[in-house]
Design a protein around this ligand. Structure first.
Ligand SMILES: C[S@@+](CC[C@H](N)C(=O)[O-])C[C@H]1O[C@@H](n2cnc3c(N)ncnc32)[C@H](O)[C@@H]1O
Length: 185
């Protein structure tokens, strides 16, 4: 884990000061977000999702193993006058507790051991936004290791207990990515 943390810290040091964007599935479906409640940007990196969630008025937490990313996000949030609960945390070792969040967003992170925890961590009516790489690597985008890429239909099958709100793995939106939104009954 320490090696992984250092790898991400090094990447984020190199990106310091650059702008940060939310993932597309969140940015293009903000109208679904509740007006109040709690939100988590899990494995948030530089926190583009967390910034958008906080701007929407949600009480937002952002968790990542990289202290560099978390410190930068904390400063960016302060500058923007937003309150985000930023936390250096290994989410694989310490997954979110049950029924804590009205919204969970995961982008470009996949730990299959956590998927059940995500479903349980949603409150009734809560939304899960998920966007990450799918299928085999093409054009050098995303990880090559299949452990870190979704299989086709994987999120659909895994989250069969959630109501499907949006699903696109056609490549029409972004080639080689899956965009998913599900809602806890
Ligand atoms: C590809 S980045 C994606 C970051 C962000 N979600 C985004 O869309 O830009 C993957 C992130 O997962 C974080 N990460 C990897 N393993 C983690 C773990 N066990 N717990 C928390 N964060 C982790 C890394 O530090 C990195 O920020």
């Amino acid at each position: 884990m320490e090696e992984l943390r250092q790898k991400w810290n090094t990447r984020y040091r190199a990106l310091a000061g650059q702008s940060v964007e939310p993932c597309q599935v969140l940015a293009s479906h903000t109208g679904l977000l509740p007006q109040t409640g709690t939100a988590l940007d899990l494995a948030c990196g530089r926190g583009g999702n967390a910034m958008l969630l906080a701007q929407q008025g949600l009480s937002t937490s952002a968790w990542d193993i990289s202290g560099v990313a978390i410190n930068e996000l904390q400063k960016r949030a302060q500058t923007a006058g937003l309150s985000i609960d930023c936390c250096i945390s290994d989410v694989s070792a310490k997954p979110p507790a049950p029924a804590l969040f009205d919204v969970i967003v995961v982008s470009y992170f996949l730990d299959r051991g956590l998927l059940n925890n995500l479903e349980h961590a949603l409150r009734p009516g809560g939304l899960l936004y998920y966007q990450t790489f799918i299928g085999e690597q093409r054009d050098g985008r995303g990880p090559r290791n299949p452990e870190f890429r979704l299989k086709y239909n994987e999120l659909l099958n895994h989250f069969s207990g959630l109501k499907l709100v949006y699903y696109d793995e056609s490549g029409q939106n972004i080639d080689g990515e899956c965009l998913y939104i599900g809602q806890k009954p």
